[in-house]
Design a protein around this ligand. Sequence first.
Ligand SMILES: [Zn+2]
Length: 216
Amino acid sequence: MKHLLNELSIYAAKLVDSGLVVGAGGNLSARDGEYMYISPSGFDLKEITEKEWVKVEIESGKVLSELKPSSELEMHLECFRRDPDIKAVLHAHPTYSVAVSSAGKEIRPMFPDYPAMVKRVSYIDYVIPTTNRIAEAVGEVVKESQAIVMRNHGVLTVGTTVKEAYFYMQLTEEAAKVYAISSMLGSPRVLTEEECFDLQNLSAETYRSSLLKKQK
Ligand SMILES: [Zn+2]
């Protein structure tokens, strides 16, 4: 459990350092059996100590810590309730992912790592944040997604470890960035379905995916 909280603190700081969230935006959580730990409301993600992660019972949504959980608590709970294989949930507001999706476009695959690692990306239209409505909209697609791009808002990724969910977030944003820049320069050449299929079946990529699932 201590390891889990440490991992949450490390990746919370990375989300800020890599520019995926600014200010107190963004939130993350990890499952610990029947419970989950989520970032506290209003905190700078870089400043959450191990003791400050808010413990919540997944089934009932009962908050078991003094601190108030992130205002997106329901969205995180919904992910853990819908799929027992989900062990970590990250939510951020990355610039290029919001820009590309809000222009009505999908984040197209233009370099190998993105389709090889992030196999399923879903898109949802704008829903007012912090409500049950956003929790439901995310819940409906989370089981078949590794990344959910929320137009005019941000991105949510899930994984079997915090590290895995973090890599999906990074790769999704990198893909959006490359696609956006390429679109400004001309007509991007997007990887074909066949090229993506081949990448997803490369043994080297399968090996790398399996590495991500291991705890540090
Ligand atoms: Zn948000």
